[in-house]
Every structure is written in C-alpha cells, then in structure tokens.
Design a binder for this molecule. Structure first.
Ligand code: MLT
Length: 206
C-alpha cells in the first residue's frame, strides 16, 4: 500500500478483500494528498478496494483537483479539463487493478470534483458520497444519471458553503436523475463523527 506514480495521477491503491461491492475513489480536500482519506475509507467501508489519487493542481504548494480564482469561485475551464483527466485516470486504474466503476468519497474540493465528474462524465462513477460539496459549474450540461446513488452531507454552520449553494447542487443532480439523499449536519466545514456514521450506514445499504 505505497504511493505510486505508474498511472496518470500519483495515487495509493489498497486492494481490499471485498470484491462484491464497488471500490471507493477517495478524493481529498485542498492541501491534502493521497494519504488523507485512506483511514476514513477503511472506517466507512471495511474491506473495499480503495483508489486514492492526488490532485494535480498546486495552490501555494497545496494540492487540489482543479484551479480556483478565489474561495468558492472556480476556474471552470480548468475544472472541465481536470475532470476529464480524472475520468481518464479512473479508467486506467480500473483496467490496471481489475475493478469496476468506483463510488467516489470526496471531501470539500474532492467532493466538488466528484460532483463535476457526475455531471460531465457520469459513466466514470457508480455513485458518490459528497462531504461538504458545492455547485461546481454555473451552467451544468444535461446528463443522464439514471438513478445513480448520491449522499450529500452538508454542515449547518459551514463558513465556506452557503446552504442555498449545496441545495442547488442536490436539485441539479436530482433533475438529472440521480437518487440523492442530502442531509445537513450540526457541523462546520470539517468532518464529524456523524459524517462517518452516516457515510458508513449509507454505503452498507448500496
Ligand atoms: C473548493 O475550492 O473546491 C472549495 O472552496 C472547497 C475548498 O477547497 O476549500
């Protein structure tokens, strides 16, 4: 379980023993890396294969999955390009490790690129857990999400994500046919024990 760069993204891969359920694609927040969410993945989905890429954009030395112009204002051209690159990485990793389409588990910036993947490359993911997500695209394209399961967990006191913004993302995903459960927890932008419990219970029911 070491970091490798043999595919297009530096990443970690944990093979797991559970091949009945989809693998998890772990997507870290700003300033994180491929190591950050491994422990969370093992906690919420014991035994699943884990694929954990590192975001390729550096903001003052901090890895991210796409560029932003300021907090909450995204460089959408870069976002579209990076989402396409990440979809390519998922296909490479699936082939290299013999896996089916993963369920994304993304936090903050990682949740936002996962939401962009759902909207731009829906075939890349089997579903997604979006922890503290916001709407990634001002004008999301039409997409057919065909009942794809999505769990969104927002924080009632999140200083980064306004409630209306997260609500708009849930609406956009539902309009495109995703099966969305959106909960707002008594939390800020950081994760809490409730995030762990809700994610674990939701993944167990997939
Ligand atoms: C983003 O830039 O994706 C969001 O503002 C979340 C963050 O990374 O702080």
């Amino acid at each position: 379980m070491t970091t490798t760069s043999n595919l297009s993204h530096i990443h970690r891969f944990v093979p797991g023993q559970d091949r009945q359920h989809p693998p998890l694609l772990l997507l870290h927040g700003t300033g994180g890396d491929e190591n950050d969410l491994i422990g969370l993945g093992e906690l919420v989905a014991p035994g699943r294969a884990l694929i954990s890429p590192r975001g390729k954009v550096l903001e003052n030395g901090m890895p991210r999955f796409f560029r932003r112009l300021s907090e909450g204002v995204f460089d959408e051209e870069d976002l579209r390009r990076r989402a396409s690159d990440l979809a390519g990485f998922i296909a490479e990793a699936s082939e290299a490790y013999g896996l089916g389409a993963p369920v994304a588990l993304g936090f903050s910036n990682g949740a936002n690129i996962a939401a962009a993947l759902l909207l731009l490359h829906p075939q890349a993911l089997a579903g997604a857990v979006l922890l503290r997500p916001m709407t990634p695209l001002r004008s999301p394209p039409p997409a057919e999400l065909g009942g794809k399961p999505v769990l969104m967990l927002s924080g009632a006191a999140d200083p980064i994500v306004p409630a209306a913004n997260a609500g708009a993302l849930a609406d956009v995903l539902r309009e495109r046919g995703a099966s969305v459960r959106h909960e707002t927890l008594p939390a800020g932008h950081g994760l809490t024990q409730a995030d762990v419990q809700q994610t674990k219970a939701w993944l167990a029911g997939l």
